[in-house]
Design a protein around this ligand. Structure first.
Ligand code: SF4
Length: 315
């Protein structure tokens, strides 16, 4: 058979679509419908195709990916943790990630997978949206801040170096200064490596859009600025703490400068590495490389190559 066309080194694979959670601000359950998981065989076939085309990293995606419950050939329901284990058995696949997850679907089995499966990267995007139990209830998230913090603690017990990322909405209807302060406290407690934060904006057709206690725009803007300053501090501290770490990074894009390559660390930090002739990639797509993190910035880190790259490592 002819060799498949060369695909990207890092590929996305949809395993699940839709969502049954009905967070009160979100349109996904209305626009994308109920949760549907792809059968295990379909996921594995696609993963094999991606790996044959050159992917060394696969990110499993779904609106609520950790609710995955696809059918195996024998009709049994397979969890996301089991699916990750099956994918980890593909020898040429080196890195696995998944996104986006809901705290309520972080099962003990999935948490344990972070400690048990080395190919599962030490990074998890786990949105909480607010640190206030009152607001979490109004958002219909169906968990409290302390349950989220307990999950983070269990994840860190399973995989001590795991990097946590999150999503936040500020100025949700009814959010008081006290609620917002609880969000800041949670951010400090978690120590996020990355995070996305937004001002609440009403989505037509969702319950929260109908709420009467909308937060005035200037208050939202002021809270967002305070939250983003704290998150930036947290990300910079995480990057700074990684200086000196030796990690295998996936470099898959050329940078602006001669010999410069860009990619991601296992902890999903953006990294740039300057390669000399002795460790240049023979494959123009890049590859995996052992580096030492030597410098940290607010949004990225810089690495120094530790090993010359052989052809096999570059493929
Ligand atoms: S925010 Fe996420 S979990 Fe909540 S309804 Fe939307 S897609 Fe589902």
């Amino acid at each position: 058979p002819s060799r498949p066309a060369r695909g990207p080194l890092s590929a996305f694979l949809t395993v699940q679509e839709g969502c049954d959670k009905f967070c009160s601000f979100c349109v996904v359950p209305y626009t994308r419908g109920a949760e549907v998981s792809r059968p295990v065989s379909a996921v594995l076939e696609e993963a094999h195709r991606l790996v044959e085309a050159g992917a060394v990293e696969i990110t499993l995606i779904g609106q609520n990916v950790n609710a995955y419950h696809g059918r195996a050939a024998d009709g049994r329901q397979v969890t996301l943790a089991e699916l990750i284990q099956l994918l980890a058995e593909i020898p040429a696949l080196r890195r696995i990630r998944y996104t986006t997850s809901h705290p309520r679907d972080m099962t003990p089995e999935l948490i344990a997978a972070h400690g048990a499966i080395p190919k599962l990267m030490p990074y998890l995007h786990l949105p909480i949206q607010s640190g206030s139990d009152r607001i979490l209830k109004a958002m219909n998230r169906r968990h409290r801040a302390r349950e989220y913090l307990a999950i983070i603690e269990q994840l860190r017990r399973a995989r001590p170096d795991i990097a946590i990322s999150g999503d936040f909405i500020v100025g949700f209807p009814g959010e008081t200064e006290e609620d917002f302060t609880a969000t800041l406290a949670l951010v400090r407690a978690v120590g996020y490596a990355q995070a996305y934060s937004f001002k609440y904006s009403p989505r037509p057709g969702t319950p929260a859009a109908e709420a009467e206690d909308q937060v005035p725009e200037p208050v939202k803007a002021e809270r967002l600025a305070r939250l983003q300053a704290l998150l930036a501090e947290s990300q910079a501290a995480f990057n700074q703490a990684s200086v000196g770490r030796k990690v295998e990074v996936l470099l898959d894009r050329k940078g602006r400068h001669p010999g410069q390559w860009l990619g991601r660390t296992p902890h999903n930090q953006a990294i740039h590495v300057a390669l000399g002739r002795e460790n240049a990639f023979t494959d123009a797509r890049g590859g995996l490389m052992e580096v030492e993190i030597v410098e940290a910035g607010p949004h990225s880190v810089a690495g120094r190559p530790l090993t010359p790259v052989s052809d096999s490592r570059a493929a």
